[in-house]
Design a protein around this ligand. Structure first.
Ligand code: GLC
Ligand code: CA
Length: 539
């Protein structure tokens, strides 16, 4: 029987590693799997997370930096090889860390042997592994679908005289998941990695894999706010009704769950699912704990920094999560501007406190624990294909190298080597080594929150309850498990706020965002400075 409080993916904290930018071990300016191994003690001991999620490390022409996979069952030589991967898994497991890998089921690279075969002729056995359609009589695309990364979702293939579908770049043709052979091949990919000992998967654009079988035209959009992955440019001009998320998708994740459950202990799945409709979003948990373990929840990541907005989101999540399900929160990843860059260093501290004290699995993004910010890179030097095609969408700014030391290249790569993306100017003071020595650094705040979370059943698995009444620029909540009561209070406003929490009895501060307040407080008179947050225990 499942025991909610002991399942690692419910009680633990996930840390996302973008391998290219994490740690270079062989002085080529590109992070690699050996680099991750070299930092394993930092992850398990110094920081104290419970699981790592590795963004794609598979062979790939890197048109979309690894999200264009040309072989699902190998490692890109830039990152290492399968033996390095196996050593990484052992190094993680030896330290009690779980390993989640990224899987990209919606599309392959156009260099994947499956696609090369598929495009070789109309009667190739793999033709139907992708979506090929004739042009309209006037030569135009088969329908009005658009690619997330700009332009039409259809690319003309001169040789065989048909269009193929790609929801992202033309170098990322969409697999046809309605074909049973594709399903079998992809489930075999999942098994390949499960048999190698991975603990779970982060499923890239999980809802995109099933489209309307008739490929109907999408309706025009009038409000441009569908909760897409940044609906910038013309992509937001249509409602994405038919090009993703067809209800048949649920059968696929049901089958995947069955596979994951045959392993002992059962393996984990989290889907990247950007959807604004809470009920549709929650449908990916399944009808009876039988699909994904969690759909990623990005709502806070894209919300304005306002206590009332955050509170509403958290309460919606609490309401919509099925009784067997488990919430989760994300405040940074490789696709979005960094939190410290968006809101500044003080709010980044509050973000850490919020993320690590809500009910639900937190996913941290590498470098956010040092307070890394966005790095401005001139357009002509940008590498991200999306940023180059659609102004304002560039993701290089939040993918710059991890800042480890004040030394050359921030310890990311050797002296004299040019890192694949430029380092931030602030790296001499915003880095692991420097911050470990400063008791009030954001890194030490993360460490303190993480270590307290490990000790607190209320934070790991207790209930959530918003606290009322409080000044409206404050977000205040209670986490409770048996006799343990933890109150978190965040002032998200611009002026000092005063709280009266005397009805809870005596309170003691465990962690403050500034790292300088501790011990008993007068519960009827708690002043919170702008951007300040407190974790308190009812004593
Ligand atoms: C997901 C990934 C993103 C990638 C896209 C296409 O959104 O997070 O980085 O570019 O899918 O695979
Ligand atoms: Ca390297």
């Amino acid at each position: 029987m499942e025991n909610r409080s002991t399942l690692w993916w419910k009680s633990g904290v996930v840390y996302q590693i973008y391998p290219r930018s994490f740690q270079d071990s062989n002085a080529d300016g590109i992070g690699d799997l050996q680099g991750v191994i070299n930092r394993m003690d930092y992850l398990a001991k110094t920081l104290g997370v419970d699981a790592i999620w590795l963004s794609p490390f598979y062979p790939s022409p890197q048109a979309d930096f690894g999200y264009d996979v040309s072989d699902y069952c190998d490692v890109n030589p830039e990152f290492g090889d399968l033996a390095t991967f196996d050593r990484l898994v052992s190094a993680a497991h030896e330290r009690g860390l779980k390993v989640i890998i990224d899987i990209v089921p919606n599309h392959t690279s156009d260099q994947h042997p499956w696609f090369i075969e598929s495009r070789s002729s109309r009667d190739n056995p793999k033709r139907d592994w992708y979506t090929w359609r004739d042009a309209k009589p006037d030569g135009k695309e088969p329908n009005n679908w658009l690619a997330v990364f700009g332009g039409s979702a259809w690319e003309w293939d001169e040789k065989t005289g048909q269009y193929y579908l790609h929801s992202f770049l033309k170098e990322q043709p969409d697999l046809n998941w309605r074909n049973p052979e594709v399903q079998k091949a992809m489930f075999d990919v999942y098994r390949f990695w499960l048999d190698r000992g991975v603990d779970g998967f982060r499923i890239d654009v999980a809802h995109y894999i099933m489209k309307d079988p008739e490929l109907k035209d999408n309706p025009k959009n009038t409000d441009n706010s569908q909760g897409e992955l940044k609906p910038t440019g013309d992509y937001g001009s249509i409602v994405h009704l038919y090009d993703k998320g067809h209800p048949d998708v649920h059968k696929i994740y049901h089958e995947l769950r069955t596979i994951l459950d045959t392993y002992s202990p059962p393996r984990f799945s989290v889907g990247e699912i950007h959807l604004k409709d809470w009920n549709e979003w929650a449908s990916y948990y399944g009808k009876n704990n039988d699909e994904l373990h969690m759909p990623f929840n990005f709502a806070l990541l894209v919300a304005p920094w306002k206590a009332q907005v955050f509170r509403k989101i958290i309460e919606s999540v609490e309401k919509v999560t099925p009784p067997w399900g488990w919430p989760n929160y994300v405040l940074g990843n490789h696709d979005e501007p960094r939190i410290a860059g968006r809101y500044g260093p003080d709010k980044a501290r509050q973000a850490a406190m919020l993320l690590l004290t809500l009910r639900g699995t937190p996913t941290l993004y590498n470098g956010d624990e040092f307070g890394q910010t966005n790095v401005e890179i001139p357009l002509e030097e940008q590498k991200d294909p999306w940023g180059k095609r659609v102004p304002g969408t560039g993701r290089d700014q939040n993918r710059t190298p991890n800042q480890w030391t004040s030394g050359p290249n921030a310890g990311f790569t050797a002296e004299g080597v040019t890192p694949w993306l430029p380092l931030a100017d602030d790296y001499k003071t915003v880095n692991m080594e420097y911050e470990l020595k400063d008791p009030t650094s954001i890194l030490n705040l993360y460490r303190k929150l993480l270590s307290f979370r490990k000790l607190s059943k209320a934070l790991q698995s207790g209930t959530y309850q918003s606290i009322d009444p409080v000044p409206q620029e404050c977000l205040v909540y209670l986490r409770e498990f048996e006799n343990e009561k933890i109150i978190v209070a965040l002032n998200m406003g611009e002026t000092t706020a005063r709280l009266d929490l005397h009805r809870f009895g005596r309170l003691e501060i465990i962690v403050s965002t500034g790292m300088e307040r501790a011990g008993k407080v007068n519960p009827s008179l708690i002043d919170l400075s702008p951007d300040e947050g407190l974790v308190m225990r009812v004593i």
